[in-house]
Design a protein around this ligand. Structure first.
Ligand code: CA
Ligand code: CA
Ligand code: CA
Ligand code: CA
Length: 299
């Protein structure tokens, strides 16, 4: 084992590059799969120096519910994005979040993301062990019930302080230029959070290492928790050619997407706003602070 791997194990995370996979049985909060663990097997904090969260791979079967646990500090912000990693397009999961000691969820989401997929962002108001549940539509009790859903998913869970360490630096003169994009290191099987301020006409660009063997997800949240800001997300290859884009996957008019890399080894994630009058050359009118959650995993 490399020294880096041992340090990561001490931090309670599997070494970078090792897939994080749910452990059944996890159908009760007491049996939750730990997203990060201490050396003694207790739930650990997700926030680390190199990453703010994980990509956990899970599988839902009819009647199955999956619980996950992690530690979080009051004042942090939790974001959870669920992506369907198979080929079916109509999977309908539901997500719930329970605070330390809670019996009832403090937040539930069904369809805020793309299609019928859930998305949520939540301020952490108590330090302790938090729990997530992933179940199928129709299981109102979060005990599996009789839902009929069957699909593989990627659960992207990130916890980052209100003032995130990684902020965009408003690089000037970057319009249309992939070289001016701000580099963001996303370790494999991990998620990182970047915050930025979008102002009218602006495009913020971030460069991420992305090979054809990797799957990138990008989920944009509004840091003021408003849902009426209207973002756009675009992925460009290293020659500046767009290969994926999203406008309103949600929540609200916010954006998210998942895409595989190509042969060029890098992708640029461009954050901008919806432009209702493209003919006036003024650019988009959006002005808000966003939280961009980027994750990478092996295919
Ligand atoms: Ca499962
Ligand atoms: Ca389960
Ligand atoms: Ca749903
Ligand atoms: Ca939009």
């Amino acid at each position: 084992m490399t020294s880096l791997a041992s340090i990561l194990l001490l931090l309670g995370l599997a070494p970078f590059g090792l897939a994080q996979i749910e452990r059944e049985p996890n159908d009760r909060p007491a049996d939750a799969t730990l997203l990060a663990r201490t050396r003694t097997g207790q739930p650990e904090f997700l926030v680390g120096r190199a990453a703010d969260g994980v990509v956990e791979r899970g599988h839902l079967d009819p009647g199955d519910v999956d619980y996950y646990a992690f530690a979080a500090r009051a004042g942090d912000v939790l974001t959870v994005s669920l992506f369907e990693s198979g080929r079916g397009a109509f999977a309908d999961p539901v997500l719930a979040v329970m605070g330390p000691g809670d019996v009832e969820p403090v937040a539930i989401d069904d369809d805020a993301g793309p299609g019928f997929l859930p998305r949520l962002a939540l301020p952490i108001d108590r330090t302790g062990v938090w729990t997530l549940a992933v179940t199928g539509f129709g299981d109102a009790e979060f005990d599996g019930g009789e839902h009929e859903e069957r699909f593989a998913y990627d659960l992207v869970v990130a916890v980052a302080p209100d003032a995130v360490a990684r902020r965009e630096r408003n690089l000037r003169g970057g319009h249309g230029s992939a070289e001016r994009a701000e580099p963001v290191a996303v370790p494999p099987e991990r998620a990182v959070v970047v915050t930025g301020d979008l102002v009218p006409g602006e495009v913020d660009r971030f460069r991420v290492a992305l090979s054809s063997q990797r799957l990138l997800t990008a989920s944009l949240y509004d840091d003021a928790a408003g849902e009426f800001n209207d973002s756009r997300l675009e992925l460009l290859d290293s020659r500046g050619r767009p290969f994926a884009q999203d406008d309103d996957s949600g929540p609200g008019f916010l954006s998210s997407l998942a895409a595989e890399g190509g042969q060029q080894g890098a992708a640029v994630v461009a954050v901008s706003g919806f432009d209702p009058h493209p003919e006036d050359a003024l650019g988009h009118p959006e002005r808000f602070r966003y939280r961009l959650v980027l994750s990478l995993r092996r295919k």
